[in-house]
Ligand binder design. Structure first.
Ligand SMILES: Nc1nc2c(ncn2[C@@H]2O[C@H](COP(=O)(O)OP(=O)(O)OP(=O)(O)O)[C@@H](O)[C@H]2O)c(=O)[nH]1
Ligand SMILES: [Mg+2]
Ligand SMILES: [Zn+2]
Length: 364
C-alpha cells in the first residue's frame, strides 16, 4: 500500500491514491498493483523516482517514452508523478505518466519545433536574477510569460550583499522596475540563511517550487542554504563578466524540512515561447487593455491617429522598451503557435496502435 503521509511530504496533492479519487481513474484500475512515485532526477540514462524523502531509485522507462517521434512533452520531466511497479528484487518499472497539474516549459533549441518541460506539477516559480550585472527587466518579462497560469511567479534578486559595490542604486532601480509589473519580489543574499528565510513564506507544506534563471545567479546556492546542506555543487562566476559556468547540469527535486519541495535547474541561455502563452494573462494585461482604446480596431500602433499606445508612450505612462518587448514576444508566440498548429495537423492523421497499446491486448 502506498504511504500517503510519505508521499505528501514530496508533494502528492491528493488525500488518497485510490483510483476513484484521482484524475486518472481509468489508468489506475488497469494497474491496480502500481504505486505513485515522483520523478526527482532526469538523466540521459533514465529517471530517478521517490516515494518518500528518504530514498530515490532508478526506474525502467516505458518503451513508449523511448520512441524518437514521441513529443518531448509527453515524456516525464522532473516533478512528474509516475505509476510504478516492482522494485523489491528487480528494477522498478514505470507503467504510466499521470496527468500534470501544471508545468513550466519553453521551446527547445534547434530548427524543428519542440517543447521542453522545465519542471512539472509546480506551485511557485522562483525567477532568480542576480544584481551584479545579470538583472534585465526584459528577460524577466520573458520568464513571466513562460510561467503561465498554473503557478505563481516570485522574482528573487540575489547578491544584494555585493550589488551596491558593483553598481550603486541598482537595488532601487531593479525593485522599482519590478513593482511596475506587479510581481512579488525579494532581494537577498543567497549565502545567508537569515536572508533566505523570506522565501519560506512561499514554501508551505505540499508546495513544489522551482528555481529558474541564468547560470551563476545563485540557484544552487539558494538550494543549499534552504536545505542547510551542500546538496548541490555551486561554481564561481567569471570575474570578467559575472557569467556563470553552467555548474548544474541536470534538474533535481529536493525535499525541504517543512514538507515543501524545491527543484534546482541548470542555467538557461535561451527562453523561446512554445506558442501556447497568452500575453493578456501572463504579464502584459496593461498593454492589451490600452490597445482596446485605440481609435481603430486593427491599429498597428505605428502612427495611426487616435492610437492610445503611442499616446501612453509619449506621456511616459507606458515604457517604450516594454512595448517593444511585448511586440517581439507577441511575434515569437505567433510564429511558435503556427509551428505547433502545423505539427498537430501532421500528427492528426490515422494512427497505428502504439507498442504499449498492442502489448496490453495480449492476455496476461
Ligand atoms: N555574494 C554572493 N554570492 C552569491 C550569492 N548567490 C550566489 N553567489 C555565488 O555565485 C556563484 C554562482 O552560484 P551558483 O549557486 O552556483 O549559481 P547557479 O544559479 O546554480 O548556476 P548554474 O548551476 O550554473 O545554473 C557561487 O560562487 C556563489 O557562491 C549571493 O547572494 N551573494
Ligand atoms: Mg546551479
Ligand atoms: Zn494603437
Amino acid at each position: 500500500m502506498p504511504d500517503i503521509a510519505a508521499l505528501r511530504q514530496i508533494g502528492w496533492p491528493y488525500a488518497t491514491t485510490r483510483a476513484a479519487d484521482g484524475p486518472w481513474a481509468a489508468l489506475q484500475s488497469e494497474y491496480s498493483l502500481a504505486r505513485p512515485a515522483r520523478v526527482v532526477e532526469q538523466h540521459r540514462s533514465g529517471y530517478l523516482v521517490a516515494e518518500d524523502i528518504e530514498r530515490s531509485y532508478p526506474v525502467e522507462s516505458l518503451p513508449d517514452w523511448q520512441r524518437p517521434r514521441l513529443h518531448a512533452e509527453q515524456r516525464p520531466a522532473v516533478g512528474d508523478w509516475l505509476l510504478v511497479t516492482g522494485g523489491e528484487e528487480s528494477l522498478a518499472r514505470a507503467l504510466a505518466l499521470l496527468p500534470r497539474r501544471s508545468a513550466i516549459k519553453r521551446s527547445s533549441a534547434g530548427k524543428h519545433y519542440g517543447q521542453q518541460i522545465i519542471a512539472a506539477n509546480i506551485d511557485i516559480v522562483f525567477i532568480v536574477s542576480s544584481l551584479d550585472g545579470d538583472f534585465n527587466i526584459r528577460r524577466i518579462e520573458r520568464y513571466l510569460l513562460l510561467v503561465g497560469g498554473g503557478a505563481q511567479p516570485v522574482v528573487v534578486l540575489t547578491k544584494a550583499d555585493i550589488a551596491e559595490d558593483h553598481d550603486p542604486g541598482v537595488i532601487a532601480r531593479a525593485t522599482n522596475a519590478l513593482a511596475a509589473l506587479g510581481v512579488a519580489v525579494c532581494t537577498l543574499n543567497a549565502r545567508d540563511p537569515a536572508s533566505v528565510d523570506v522565501l519560506k513564506r512561499w514554501l508551505a507544506p505540499g508546495i513544489t517550487a522551482v528555481l529558474v534563471g541564468s547560470s551563476g545567479v545563485g540557484k544552487s546556492t539558494l538550494t543549499n542554504t534552504l536545505t542547510g546542506e551542500q546538496v548541490m555543487k555551486t561554481g564561481a562566476v567569471r570575474t570578467s563578466d559575472a557569467r556563470g559556468r553552467h555548474t548544474t547540469t541536470h534538474r533535481c527535486l529536493i525535499a525541504l524540512a517543512g514538507d515543501a519541495c524545491l527543484i534546482d535547474t541548470p542555467g538557461m541561455r535561451e527562453l523561446k515561447p512554445t506558442g501556447e502563452e497568452d500575453l493578456r494573462e501572463d504579464g502584459f494585461a496593461d498593454i492589451e487593455a490600452l490597445a482596446l482604446e485605440c481609435r481603430f480596431r486593427d491599429c498597428r500602433h505605428i502612427g495611426e491617429p487616435g492610437c492610445a499606445i503611442r499616446a501612453a508612450i509619449e506621456t511616459g505612462e507606458l515604457d517604450a522598451a516594454r512595448f517593444e518587448n511585448y511586440r517581439k514576444l507577441g511575434s515569437e508566440i505567433g510564429q511558435a503557435a503556427a509551428q505547433l498548429a502545423s505539427r498537430n495537423t501532421r500528427n492528426s492523421g490515422p494512427k497505428k496502435p502504439s507498442r504499449t497499446a498492442k502489448r496490453r491486448k495480449r492476455p496476461r
